[in-house]
Write a protein that binds this ligand. Structure first.
Ligand SMILES: [Fe+2]
Ligand SMILES: [Fe+2]
Length: 172
């Protein structure tokens, strides 16, 4: 159970980094650049944390990283390119909401274990990261994510993709 959890969390943070890299490639020099950079910097720390925990527990990362590398970057860059800053923010809202929900369900699962005390440190880390994902989500909303044309459809399509990515990354 723990291996699967750590593997999917690492994959998610890896994908998030690639999404923000794609957004920065398009919007890096715009007014929104510093805002996106700030979120990306936090994602770098999330990824470093999970890389460290993976190594400590001798868990291998998912074999799908090369796919998340390309898919994440393309998602970040294309939403920014086609739909501008609002498109990028809508993408952020969709992804961060999915990740925060995912972390919440992990927190519940860990608390339901017979010996949750064993996971005190991990729970603390996941909660801290979850809170930052929620900040990213709120940042997206505050910067006009909902004003993009087709917001609902875009958000749901991206979240469907996130669910599929989570499902796959837990398994291989
Ligand atoms: Fe993150
Ligand atoms: Fe995030």
């Amino acid at each position: 159970m723990l291996d699967r959890m750590l593997r999917v969390d690492h994959a998610g943070e890896y994908g998030a980094n690639r999404i923000y890299a794609g957004q920065m490639a398009v919007l890096g020099r715009s007014q929104t650049g510093p805002l996106i950079q700030h979120m990306w910097d936090q994602e770098k720390k999330h990824l470093a944390k999970f890389s460290e925990i993976l190594a400590e527990n001798r868990v291998r990362p998912t074999i799908l990283l090369p796919i998340w590398n390309v898919a994440g970057f393309l998602l970040g860059a294309s939403s920014a390119l086609l739909l501008g800053k609002e498109g990028a923010m809508a993408c952020t809202v969709a992804v961060e909401e999915s990740i925060a929900e995912h972390y919440n369900s992990q927190i519940r699962a860990l608390l339901e274990q017979e010996d949750p005390d064993r996971y005190t440190k991990l729970l603390q880390i996941i909660k801290e990261i979850r809170d930052e994902e929620l900040e990213h989500h709120d940042t997206g909303l505050e910067h006009d994510a909902e004003s993009v044309t087709g917001y609902w459809l875009l958000k749901n399509a991206i979240q469907l993709g996130c669910k599929a990515a989570i499902y796959a990354s837990e398994r291989v």
